[in-house]
Design a protein. Structure first.
Length: 247
């Protein structure tokens, strides 16, 4: 009895395993049939469409990379231009400072430099001379006397500083006879100008000199004896001078 039961169990087991293998085989065949079925056209069309509509991510990445490279180059150019501009600006500021410093230096030098200039006419009285002796001419009508180096009371110009001076004079006469002047530096006669007049018309001459003078040196004009001049409100006889530069 026990032997019969054991055989039945074995047979049932064999039948069950065979059915499972047959079912598994059918499932495999059905799946293979579905995958290779000619009517499944929808699957065939979905694949290519999906590939066509899917964006090319790597192409976009490359495009972004190229854009970044271009922006980086542009930024470098802007930085270089900014550096050049700052350099030029710094150079311009330096030149401006140098120019300002030079101007201030010139202003100081000009402020420290002595200013000397004078211009005077002789008289409104008309005839001057002739005299029996040489006479110092006193140019009494002052138009310019910067530095107060000329004295109308004495007729002397006194150099306030050592330097080079420009001296000029104009002589006029309208009387028959001799007209002229001596030019003195201190007690030394350094110039003599003379003219002979044969009529009563106005006659003029002008002369000038550039002199190196020490501080305290004096310049004055002298009318020689027997000579005559003429001056009035029109200022025919003048005496002037100026400091060209100190030494």
């Amino acid at each position: 009895m026990r032997l019969v039961r054991g055989l039945l169990v074995v047979l049932l087991s064999l039948c069950g395993s065979g059915a499972q293998e047959e079912g598994f085989t059918k499932v495999v065949e059905i799946r293979e049939f579905q995958e290779t079925a000619p009517g499944d056209t929808a699957g065939d069309s979905i694949g290519p469409t999906t590939k066509q509509t899917t964006p090319d991510i790597w192409a976009e990445v490359r495009a972004l990379r190229d854009m970044v490279v271009e922006l980086r180059v542009h930024l470098q150019l802007l930085q270089r231009e900014n550096s050049d501009l700052q350099t030029r600006l710094s150079s311009g500021e330096s030149q401006l400072l140098v120019s300002k410093s030079r101007i201030e230096q010139l202003e100081r030098e000009n402020a420290e430099k002595p200013k000397v200039a004078f211009y005077a006419a002789l008289t409104d009285a008309g005839y001057v001379g002739p005299h029996n002796t040489d006479t110092t001419l006193k140019y009494s009508k002052i138009f310019t006397n910067i530095g107060s180096a000329y004295s109308p009371a004495t007729g002397f110009f006194t150099a306030p500083v050592k330097g080079v001076y420009y001296i000029q004079f104009t002589v006029c006469g309208n009387h028959t006879g001799l007209m002229g002047v001596y030019v003195y530096k201190n007690n030394q006669r350094i110039m003599f100008n003379v003219e002979w007049k044969e009529d009563t018309l106005y006659k003029y001459f002008t002369n000038s000199a550039v002199l190196e003078l020490m501080a305290g040196d004096e310049i004055h004009l002298v009318l020689p004896s027997t000579y005559s001049l003429y001056d009035d409100r029109d200022n025919h006889n003048t005496f002037s001078g100026a400091l060209l530069f100190p030494l």
